[in-house]
Design a protein around this ligand. Sequence first.
Ligand code: PLP
Ligand code: ZN
Length: 412
Amino acid sequence: MKLRCIECGREYPPEDTRTGCDCGGLLEVELEIPPVSREMFDARLGMLDHPLRSGVWRYRELMPAFPDDAIVSKPEGNTNLYHDQRLSDFAGTEVWFKHEGENPTGSFKDRGMTVGVSHARWTGATMVACASTGNTSASVAAYAATAGIPSVVFIPEGKISAAKLGQTIAYGTTIIQVRGDFDAAMRMVREATSRYGIYLLNSLNPFRLEGQKSIVLESLQQLRWQVPDWIVIPGGNLGNTSALGKALREAVAAGLIDEMPRIAVSQAAGAAPFYRAWQTGFEAYEPVAAETIASAIRIGDPVNYTKARRAILDTEGTVTAVDDDAIMAAKAMVDRVGIGCEPASAAGLAGIRRLVTEGVIQPGERVLTYLTGHLLKDTEASADYYITRGGAYPTVIDPTLEALDRAIADLL
Ligand SMILES: *Cc1c(COP(=O)(O)O)cnc(C)c1O
Ligand SMILES: [Zn+2]
């Protein structure tokens, strides 16, 4: 196991806690993957013991090699895969939903965090930090608390949902609110980590991305190793996109799958620097000032741009963008069939619908998407959409039979 720069190829030892090369390039974990098989991973399903019971560490041979006692696992993963004909009809093709909101802190970030915090513990980190739109901070706070390592999180003031803020506070972390947006908080945490040697847990951290590879590995296993035609995911800081690309390259090299699905990234139209760069054939990249209701992807300068670009190019993928109305309409569909997700998660389904309409995804092609976060992560956005815009006011009645009759009569 070693770290390698994706730009200049320079190598660093795995104990190094740097999150970038001296040349400015992003680092990637390079693993020595022993022979593996589908049968071997299938035989581990339902295991009860640490660490293989985790939906991340089940794929241990494709994860960084740490001793069992260094691994900080809650355990994460083992999330459900949903298929609902009403959602496929809405999308215009067959869609499977991997619900990452079913992780311990309610988002896929836990899959990266188990590996990131294990690396932090293995390297003797005395404090860990991140910048966050809310889900990363909740995950860092929970995993750092599990490991007994103090943590500090940087959030954009007034720009994260009350649920995410409350959750992060509850796990017992130090919160620094930055007057600015996520990208400003990201700059502050990078300064803090380089000036004070604090361990950084954003998706710049290559170990975190290793854990996030397990989302697609577990999905493929749940699909009985049948490769879908497309995987469509919401894109913010583009860590997930990067992890997905690496996981697919490794899964093909290890013989777990024969071919790669195509990757499509779906961004919120008000926070779509990756989409704009893709429109130029990745010739030009410009950060943007981000604005969208989908706060988890309200990111204007994604740190993993170069890795994500590679994932799109490697898989003949594509990038799209969807406006807030399309995101909320898709979320309402996911909610109303009883699955539920936070707004950012629905950018995937909204993106699929757009790509089918444009003929990029053909009707009948099989599509996998990730529901990245839990419905309860952003109840303000839900309440605003359903009550204010949708007119779905809860009925209030007096506790009398007349009032009951009137209220029920309206429903029959
Ligand atoms: C973090 C997050 C995203 C964005 O993932 P990236 O890896 O930053 O692109 C999307 N949805 C939710 C709910 C998230 O928490
Ligand atoms: Zn380099």
